[in-house]
Design a binder for this molecule. Structure first.
Ligand code: TNX
Length: 531
């Protein structure tokens, strides 16, 4: 008997799983998605899942009580309250939250001794008496809750499939980047993105806060950056910027969802907005006009002997204020496409920028062009090459990785969410080619630079950037991000053994109603069997 491919892939991970509803490659594109057994529906796929007999498990009822453990910490209670809120919304049940650790109802518990669950892992068990969520950390508990949300049938109550899931992420860094510089988006939009991402266990939001077309964060010591340099964007729109208070509110909001904000000030190129705001930053002492086009590579901070001092004071004060706003370890300093900075000046500038980040107790992240200069100890490199990237360039990145620089992989021809899906896509660019949903998903981050000598252990994780030269509205933003960013979430979390396009696209299809319910204007890719 031929085992359908869907099951073949899942059987690697699961022992007693039921494969009755699985189907093979012959599922027609565009045909409605058959309903998958609950554990096979999860996105991202869990590390291990053992389903009990179909139809067994915990039945969610109006009187179901949610228990927040006995030595209930604030965080367990918070996770329980948040879960209750979400399940109430979908079920209409009252779902009381109480302290206590009886395995009766839905029980959330932190077990600090559960070392095998790591920093973000969890265990979920479901039987007739209870659903029990166990984690070693609040982040793990949060992810257990996200899994449970996917196991509860979308409409109303119903049975949470019986069995046990033991789950941990494949990579520690699972990120998405939002460019608010080319087109400005208010903090509320970034929060909405955080909510959308966190439910799929994405844990980093990188915000690209400055570029030629706009400076988006208030800096007290250089107020014209935001006030003047923030008042433009691509085209004729009014731009805008985030106050420090707004920025802090995003950081807090994200942290409550176990998402860390990674801020980027791109330097020494991509700096026209700063150069336009302060004449003294320019080599000739004259401020250029503000810029609203989409060219790259024409601007640079000044590195002449005479100007170095003001340039270094500028980055010291900007990065100092940024560090003060950033509880997480990373400050991203850009370093890409500095085509108007000489190689020696670039290297010297990036040395200083990395030193400054270290001075403020942070770890620098930079685009991988830094590999051609001098990445400092600990600096993380973000790779954005493509299949066409030269062996020499990949080699430099590999050398950096081998000497201890962790890599974040953002291959542009896989994970750039601003690339068009195909020739019919309205917004978007095409310089890295079309990126259909399958292409965004169907590659292995662990082995991606293996040919150049990068071991999987050097890969910190993956990130999908969303550049916004051509993206000005929430609808376009979500259309470009969804559903490709779910592929990012899957690559970042799911075990390598779960990788299978045929199975993945069915799981993806199951997310359609969920995205619809959240009002996400996602692209209905023709090769995904949306219901
Ligand atoms: C390359 S990726 C850029 C961005 C553009 C993007 C458009 C990178 C580090 N630089 O400045 O917005 O392409 O796809």
């Amino acid at each position: 008997m031929r085992v359908p491919r869907t099951c073949a892939a899942l059987l690697v991970l699961m022992t007693a799983v039921s494969c009755t509803a699985a189907h093979g490659d012959d599922a027609k594109p565009g045909a409605p998605a058959p309903v998958l057994p609950a554990f096979q529906r999860l996105l991202p796929a869990p590390e291990r899942a053992r389903a009990a007999a179909p139809g067994t498990g915990y039945r969610l009822e109006p009187g179901t009580v949610i228990r927040a453990g006995s030595a209930s910490s604030g965080e367990t209670r918070e996770a329980a309250e948040r879960l209750a809120e979400q399940l109430r919304a979908s079920s209409g049940y009252s779902l009381m939250v109480v302290d206590g650790d009886q395995a009766n109802g839905i029980l959330l518990r932190i077990d600090e001794d559960a070392a095998e669950l790591g920093d973000e892992g969890y265990e979920l068990t479901s039987n007739a008496a209870a659903v029990t969520l166990t984690a070693r950390t609040p982040a793990g508990l949060f992810y257990a809750v996200q899994t449970l949300r996917q196991l509860v049938p979308a409409a109303g109550g119903g049975i949470v499939q019986g069995g046990t899931i033991t789950d941990r992420p494949r990579f520690a860094y699972r990120g998405a980047m939002l460019d608010v510089a080319r087109h400005f988006f208010p903090v509320g939009q970034a929060k909405r993105y955080v909510d959308q991402l966190a439910q799929y266990k994405v844990n980093k939001l990188h915000v690209h806060l400055s570029d030629d077309q706009g400076w988006r964060l208030a800096i007290d010591s250089w107020p014209r950056l935001a006030e003047y340099g923030g008042a433009t964007e691509v085209g004729t729109g009014p731009g805008g910027y985030w106050s420090k208070e707004e920025y802090r509110s995003l950081v807090t909001y994200a942290a409550e969802r176990h998402v860390e904000v990674v801020p980027e000030i791109d330097m020494p190129g991509h700096t026209n907005a700063a150069l336009a705001s302060y004449a003294e930053l320019n080599c000739d002492g004259k401020a250029p006009k503000r810029y609203t086009g989409i060219r790259v590579g024409f601007s640079s901070l000044c590195m002449t002997e005479q100007k170095k001092e003001v340039t270094y004071r500028f980055i010291d004060e900007v990065l100092g204020e940024l560090a003060e706003l950033t509880p997480g370890p990373y400050l991203h300093i850009g370093g890409d496409e500095a085509h108007s900075t000489g190689a020696a000046d670039y290297a010297a500038f990036m040395d200083q920028a990395q030193k400054t980040v270290a001075k403020y107790g942070k770890t620098a992240v930079a685009w991988h062009q830094l590999a051609a200069a001098r990445p400092a100890d600990g600096t993380v490199l973000q790779y954005w090459g493509t299949a066409a990237t030269s062996a020499a360039e990949k080699g430099r990145v590999a050398d950096a990785a081998k000497s201890g620089h962790p890599l974040i992989l953002s291959p542009a021809d896989r994970l750039y969410l601003d690339m068009k899906y195909d020739l019919t896509t309205g917004p978007g660019l095409t310089w890295a080619g079309y990126v259909p949903v399958k292409k965004a998903y169907d590659w292995d981050p662990g082995g991606y630079l293996g040919g150049a000598g990068v071991p999987e252990s050097a890969v910190l994780g993956v990130e999908a950037p969303l550049w916004t030269e051509t993206i000005a509205t929430r609808a376009d933003l979500e259309f470009m991000a969804f559903p490709r960013v779910l592929g990012l979430a899957e690559l970042g979390w799911a075990p390598k053994g779960a990788h299978d396009w045929t199975a993945y696209r069915q799981r993806l299809a199951e997310q359609g109603p969920r995205l619809d319910a959240q009002g996400v204007t996602f692209y209905r890719a023709p090769d995904v069997p949306w219901s």
